[in-house]
Design a protein. Sequence first.
Length: 237
Amino acid sequence: MKRMTLGQHFAELRRRILFTLAVFMIALVLGWYISPYLQNLLTRPLLMVWPDGELLYTGIADGLMIRFSLSVLFGLFITTPFALLQLWSFIAPGLHKKERNFIWPILIASPLLFLVGAAFAFYILFPFVFGFFIELNQSAPVPAVVLPAATDYLAFAVGLLKVFGIAFQLPLVLVLLNRVGILSRDKAVKMRRYAIVLIVVVAAVLTPPDVVSQILLALPMWGLFELSLLFMKDDRK
């Protein structure tokens, strides 16, 4: 294979960055048109536990800001796999076969784990969390009208999706640490009790202040930790 000069490497990198930006701009424009459907999708779990509920627009520009923010999120969602592919195509020629066999599964597994975590939050966690908050607000000891701000609700929902998507990267991080020689399987097994405590603390910090949502994050993370042990190597192997 012909070796490239430093200038050629920078030109190749610039070309791939421009391609990625072009894909993002196209996805951003597409996201602008489908953002109402995205808003409807994100609001559906709330309305399922609160059929007569309504969201409040507190500012005249709320509709514009919601549509733009959802467009950006959609653009990032679509562009990220393409950006990872461009990154892989750029660095792969300079890697040894063993390094390529190690890295490309990570680039594939990371987005998939994020999607699994976000789907878990959307279909499992959201009904419990939103049901808890609606019931709590409606049972207030003083007369209250429940009218959540649309911007606050969407920020809260998207934030939970991100939290679970990132939390489900745990097995990838552990396996990566194992393969680079930082964390052996034996050491991870010995640290299990501390890992469980840390998982519980993280779940309590990252989720709303109700036991159900904290358990719904802690249990999958614990399961992912145990699953990671199956793919980790011992020091002697």
